[in-house]
Design a protein around this ligand. Sequence first.
Ligand code: TXA
Ligand code: MG
Length: 330
Amino acid sequence: MKKRAARIFQPTPRNLAYLAARLRAGELVAVPTETVYGLAANAMDEHACRKIFRAKGRPSSDPLIVHIRSLAQLPLLCEPNPAALRLAKKFWPGPLTLVLPKKVAVPDVVSAGRPSVAIRMPHHPVFRKLLRLANLPLAAPSANRFGYVSPTTSEHVRLGLGTRISYILEGGACSLGLESTIVDLRDPRRPRLLRPGIVTQAEIEAVLQLRVGRLKRSTRAEIQNGQLAPGLLKRHYSPNTPVSLHSRLRTTRALATPREAFLFTARPTAAADNIFWLDAQGHLSKAARRLFAMLRQLDRAGFNCIHVELVRGGGLADAINDRLRRAAAR
Ligand code: TXA
Ligand code: MG
């Protein structure tokens, strides 16, 4: 029997109450966040969380982020330390995820068997209303099929998961457009950046008054022995069309190869049907917001290859280039 397609719910009080009840009953709801859309389930319900992995086609070895609405929920889920609380105070609600030692109340499916749990307090007003009504911590990875580009609109979610889930909550296009920054704070004296994002390494270092480490090749060992999550290094967020990265793109090349797409950061002077840009002026926050929608659009357009110019600069450029490298990884 064919499964009913997902329905997109406007965030009316009545719909929010209904979807909160679905979550409390152990069902999945796709939710808007300021970063990307997430696929949410009751984080304390092992059975509900298993459905997330099935719907996404995600390996059970890749742990989920737990979303909370107030700091009072923190001690139920993890063992916070002063460094974590300082970051939480500065950046929550917002696009920052903290990895901390896990409490036993969090089911092992959520952490994929690790003794740590990733936690974030989101900023999106619609998601916050749902969190309050459901009155539960909600586990939610990005609401895409495993390995594909993250969704930044409800329509992206419907296109990817529409036959696998029933409920999508409308919250408009995501205002930030890149997944949260993830910081490992299990050892507060040795913070590590596990995924760059809108909250930059420099901002985190300024709050902690400490150097923040990065993932290195040696981290593979930690991933293999289950200390770190596999999703952190692997190919991710990839369109089906091959992506090729360049430090500088030339429009002359674009004009010579019309079957290949050329994606610039800012609008170039030459124009053609295969020339695209992330933001006319090259503003990085606008470029970040449009990146995933643009990769999806180019993936559907039937080009043989997508050539992309890496973004210049630090901070946000670091996060955008991280996603581009993952999109290009084979
Ligand atoms: O902005 C975001 O973070 C979005 C929205 C929905 O909140 N969520 C998101 O989730 O990007 P996801 O599952 O697509 O990416 C989360 C990453 C995973 O790749 C996983 O490897 C890592 O976080 N992660 C989760 N728990 C972890 C843990 N205990 N230790 C290390 N990494 C963890
Ligand atoms: Mg994801």
